[in-house]
Design a protein around this ligand. Structure first.
Ligand SMILES: [Cu+2]
Length: 129
């Protein structure tokens, strides 16, 4: 029993020393890394699409071909959804979808819920470059 405690204590002591050593070394990196932190936290390109009566927050949304991106969709007013022609995107009301498009081009974003008189005006473009 005593031996076990001894081992445990020395193990803790060693890891504490290691942690201190690492902490000292990474302090500088952590400080300079702060600027990049928001991008790292969201992991990848975020495309924020918001729908209201009866429009999207932007006419075009741009992403890079062959790179993963996440669509964050939100209905801020009314009840809307999005579909994107030729892509596997089908979100309603709120939701996220991560995908990758290899083929550059323009993809039509449309509302996929019959939401009212100007439903047909709810279109935007996903530009894949
Ligand atoms: Cu609609």
């Amino acid at each position: 029993m005593k031996k076990k405690w001894g081992l445990l204590v020395s193990a803790v002591a060693v890891s504490a020393m290691l942690m201190t050593a690492c902490g000292g070394e990474t302090n500088n990196q952590a400080a300079s890394g702060n600027e990049a932190a928001p991008a790292a936290a969201s992991s990848g390109t975020q495309v924020n699409i918001e729908a209201s009566n009866w429009k999207f927050n932007q006419d075009t949304f741009e992403v890079k071909a062959g790179e993963e991106f996440t669509i964050n969709f939100k209905s801020t007013e009314g009840f809307h959804g999005i579909g994107i022609e030729g892509l596997d995107v089908d979100l309603q009301k709120d939701g996220s979808k991560t995908l990758k498009v290899d083929e550059p081009g323009e993809y039509k974003i449309f509302c996929n819920i019959i939401c009212g008189p100007d439903h047909g005006k709810m279109v935007a473009t996903l530009v894949v470059k």
